[in-house]
Ligand binder design. Structure first.
Ligand SMILES: Cc1ncc(COP(=O)(O)O)c(C=O)c1O
Length: 466
């Protein structure tokens, strides 16, 4: 009998009514593998115990990532965990579901029929890398044809300073200059004039963001397209637009269908989104689509033949479970256009309700009242108050709420904001509790006479997740 089992027997005699305390006797490995095996029930319970003190996902209003899926979806995903998304010959039906998802998303984004190409990814980060690489390869071919010395300077990518960190990674990994356009009080989204001025013959493309991570604001993609179109008329190298629609790509088509931000615009050649944000799937699933095959250079499509037949792959990652793809298809099938519209309308209603109630306190200036994606973003009106947004966030954390506070990026960094990301599992009832807790927190803080922390904490970030 194993040492742990003997202990268990002994403890069972001592504490027959408290089986949980039995687990105290089991040695939990931290630095090297246990020598002995453990029965599945004990392993399960021990890990459950380890995870016990983590936050409550539904009260985490810092993340865009889905924290709820229906029971049937979860079951389906659990039943398909073993399927490898890359193994197209072993799992042709799963790949068919992936293709259907690509078709549906391309249709939602008004891609020209028949010639688009796309794939699932782990998330928007991988999708952005692929889109960025495609732009780099296309630029290089055009530059070489024009006799430009491509070794003289690094290629560059133009984007608002409100970019998500995946673009910084993309530029570091593939040796590209990240040419950021500063944000300021007037330009809290992409300053288009400045972006066009920043183009040179080493520019691989411009990224427009549909739902900036910091504020949820949209770059004006229609205006960007018009400016790029006018630039391209006389330019030797055509500048493409990629839209980073990580959070907006599966929200806007249902709530702002009239807004042209997608392939309706001529110079938008590729778009990414995170299925695990407003696509309503658990992490990690993302999507990237190119409007026409010519925008995805052939060098980025690899053929492998060692999984039982020739198959193309255009992902950075190789093996991963197909269950997220299946979860995405479940949502598309189950909800349809009407379902997504209803769910997102409700989430937007909750965001606007929170904004309205917070506005009544007259304490905040709003950067977003949930009018773009359902994000509420605000700053304090009066900096001479005895408390700061950081203090407010600290108070709310005591009630289990995770609400980030952080300064905006360069040139706007003296503006510290608080961001509430509303997701489908934030019900009106829960929102009312958040507001009640906020009112109590403000009341408690107003009674304090200590110096405010926030304005002294310039550059400090609390709980910001992308
Ligand atoms: C605008 C934007 N781009 C890219 C990403 C990265 O997305 P993912 O977490 O799916 O890799 C995020 C994440 O919040 C984002 O907001």
């Amino acid at each position: 009998m194993l040492h742990q089992d003997k202990n268990k027997q002994r403890l069972l005699k001592l504490h027959p009514a408290n089986t949980l305390s039995l687990y105290d006797e089991i040695d939990i490995p931290k630095y090297k593998l246990r020598q002995e095996t453990l029965d599945p029930k004990s392993a399960y319970q021990l890990i459950k115990n380890e995870l016990l003190d983590e936050g409550n996902a539904r009260q985490n209003l810092a993340t865009f990532c889905s924290t709820y899926m229906e029971e049937e979806a979860t079951k389906l995903m659990a039943e398909t965990l073993e399927k490898n998304a890359i193994d197209k010959s072993e799992y042709p039906s799963t790949i068919e579901l992936e293709n259907r998802c690509v078709n549906m998303i391309a249709n939602l984004w008004h891609a020209p029929e028949h010639d688009f190409i796309g794939t699932s990814t782990v998330g928007s980060s991988e999708a952005c890398m692929l889109a960025g690489l495609a732009m780099k390869f296309r630029w290089r071919k055009q530059a070489e044809n024009l006799g430009i010395d491509i070794t003289k300077k690094k290629p560059n990518l133009i984007i608002s300073a409100g970019y998500q960190v995946c673009w910084e990674k993309f530029c570091v990994y593939w040796d590209i200059e990240l040419r950021t356009i500063p944000m300021d009080a007037v330009h809290l989204n992409l300053n288009i004039e400045e972006a066009i001025h920043s183009i040179d013959e080493y520019t691989i493309g411009i990224v427009g963001i549909l739902g900036q991570t910091y504020t949820g604001k949209f770059d004006d993609i229609r205006q960007l397209d018009a400016a790029v179109e006018s630039y391209n008329t006389n330019a030797p190298i055509q500048i493409p637009i990629h839209v980073d629609a990580a959070s907006g790509g599966l929200f806007v088509p249902f709530i702002h269908p009239e807004l042209p931000w997608d392939f309706r615009l001529k110079n938008v050649i590729s778009i990414n989104t995170s299925g695990h944000k407003y696509g309503l799937v658990y992490p990690g699933i993302g999507w990237v689509i190119w409007r026409e095959k010519i925008y995805l250079p052939k060098e980025l499509i690899f053929e492998v033949n060692y999984l039982g037949g020739p198959m193309p792959t255009m992902a950075i990652n190789f093996s991963r479970s197909a269950s997220q793809i299946i979860g995405q298809y479940y949502n598309f099938l189950r909800l349809g256009y009407e379902g997504y519209h209803k769910v997102h309308m409700h989430t937007q209603k909750v965001a606007q309700f929170i904004s309205k109630e917070l506005e009544e306190t007259q304490l905040f200036t709003f950067l977003n009242k949930g009018t773009t994606i359902p994000v509420v973003c605000f700053t304090l009106k009066d900096f001479s108050l005895s408390w700061s947004l950081y203090d407010l966030s600290d108070q709310l954390e005591r009630k289990g709420w995770r609400i980030p506070v952080y300064p905006l990026p360069s040139h706007a960094e003296n503006c510290t904001v608080c961001r509430i990301v509303c997701r489908s599992d934030l019900s009106l009832n829960l929102a009312e509790r958040l507001l009640e807790d906020t009112r109590i927190a403000i009341h408690v803080l107003s009674k304090t006479t200590k110096k405010p922390q926030a304005q002294n904490r310039t550059g400090s970030v609390k709980g910001f997740t992308h």
